[in-house]
Design a protein around this ligand. Sequence first.
Ligand SMILES: [Zn+2]
Length: 309
Amino acid sequence: MYAVGIDIGGTKVAIAIVNQDGQIIHQDKFNTDLTIEPKAMIDRINQNVKVLITEAELNLATISGIGIGAPGPLNSQKGLITRPPNLKRWINVPIVDQIQNFFNMPVRLENDASAAALAEKWIGAAQSNDDFVYITISTGIGAGIYANGQLMTGSRGNAGDFGHTVIDPSFGQCHCGQYGCLEHIASGTAIARKGSELVGEPLSTAEVFSRYQLNDPVLQPFINDIFRVLGAACVSLINTFDPEKIVIGGGVSKVGHVLFKEIRDYVKRHALNPDSRDTTIVPAKLDQDAGVLGAAALILKNEANIQGG
Ligand SMILES: [Zn+2]
C-alpha cells in the first residue's frame, strides 16, 4: 500500500507518494500561490496529486489515504487550517473536507512539525526512541513531541508551538504580539534580520553564519548568544518532557557541529535532572523530505502502530 504526503509551506507545496517502507516513489513541488483563494490553491493541490498518482501508474485503490502537514495554528480534529502567520488568507480553511471530497479516501491533517517528528520516528533519527522532541529551526521555530510512545498532538493539534515561548523580552516584539519569543530571537529569519542590523548591511542567515565562522568580532558574540538561547530552549524542553533525545532539523541546524556542541554544552550545565544533562542531541536525518514523509506517515504509521517501528 501507499500513501500520499502533502507538505504545505508558505512558499512551496511538496507532494509525494510514499510506500510502506518510507520510500518516496514519486514526488513534485510547486509554489504556494498566496494571491489566490485558499479553495483555489487546494483545487490545484488536488489536481497535482491526481497527476502524480497517474504518472506513478498507480491505481487509486492502492492508496490508503492522504496525510497533510501544514503550518499551525490549525484544528486537526476538525480538519481546519485556522490562521497560520505565513498563509495570510487561510482562515478556518476546511482543507480535509475539500481533499476528502475530491479523492474519497481517508485524509488526516497535523501540524508540520508534528508530522516531521513522526517521520524521524519512522525512518529517521529517533527510530529507537519512545520519548523525544523534534525541533525545527528555519524561517520559524516549531517542535513535535513524541511522548510515551505516541505523537503528542494536544486537543487541536497545536502541541509543540514552542517557537512562541518567551525567552527574553528585551529582544523586542514578535509577530504574535508577545515580546521576546524564541522564534523572534533564534529563527533563521531573526538571525538574518538582527545580524544584518549589527553589521549594517543586508545578510542572509547563511552569510551571518559564515562570517561568524570567520571570527567576525560583531557576529561572534551575537551568535554565541543565539546558541545560549537555543540551549536554554532545549533545557526547557528537557525539563518539561524528560525526553531521551532531542532531534534538531531545519535550515539553521545545517550550520552543523558548532551549534550542536554549544547546545550540548549548555544542556550539560543547566538541565535540572543530573541524568538529563546527557540527553542525546542529534541532527535530524530526513532534511527537506521530512514534511512529505511525515504527512504520509500520518496514514501509514499512525501512533497506534508506530510503536516498535
Ligand atoms: Zn511569538
